[in-house]
Design a protein. Structure first.
Length: 152
């Protein structure tokens, strides 16, 4: 049986409803789907998120079903050389769509965007369970570590 074909698209202002649909079911894309979903943004919050020029958010869809997503931020450089790099903040594939090319297709869409704009590097602060996937896709460990500090 031939696998169904999903489509990749970059969200833009006007896609607030689909962004919030994902937020209501994003636990189905996690390593542990038993955790509660994140919950939707307000309409104004979703509009502001999608209108931010530093936000890139791709979806893999089949009809009205979301198969996966990839969320990046554009980080501009303050020095000579390439004008920016990407920070891949989060990526997920619906549990029942894993190992069917969704993650690689999302990365390919991101790389196409990068090639078209002269962006040469992407960083990903990967969860431990996701590291092997990223390494299979050509990512390499860099020197240093990502450190986190909560303020508040």
């Amino acid at each position: 049986m031939k696998p169904e074909k999903f489509f990749i698209r970059l969200l833009e202002p006007g896609d607030e409803a689909v962004l919030n649909l994902l937020a209501e079911q994003d636990n189905l894309f996690d390593q542990d789907p038993s955790v509660p979903p994140s919950g939707a943004l307000s309409v104004d919050g979703a509009r502001s998120f999608l209108s931010d020029p530093s936000v890139l958010f791709w979806l893999a869809e089949l009809g009205t079903e979301i198969m996966g997503f990839l969320h990046c931020y554009i980080q501009r450089h303050r020095t000579a050389g390439p004008w920016a790099e990407l920070l891949l903040m989060e990526m997920g594939t619906r549990v029942d769509w894993r190992r069917r090319g969704v993650g690689r297709a999302l990365l390919a869409a991101m790389e196409d965007w990068m090639h078209g704009r002269g962006v040469r590097e992407v960083w990903v602060p990967a969860n431990t369970y996701a590291t092997p996937f990223y390494e299979k896709c050509g990512f390499a460990k860099d020197e240093g570590e990502i450190l986190v500090r909560a303020v508040g």
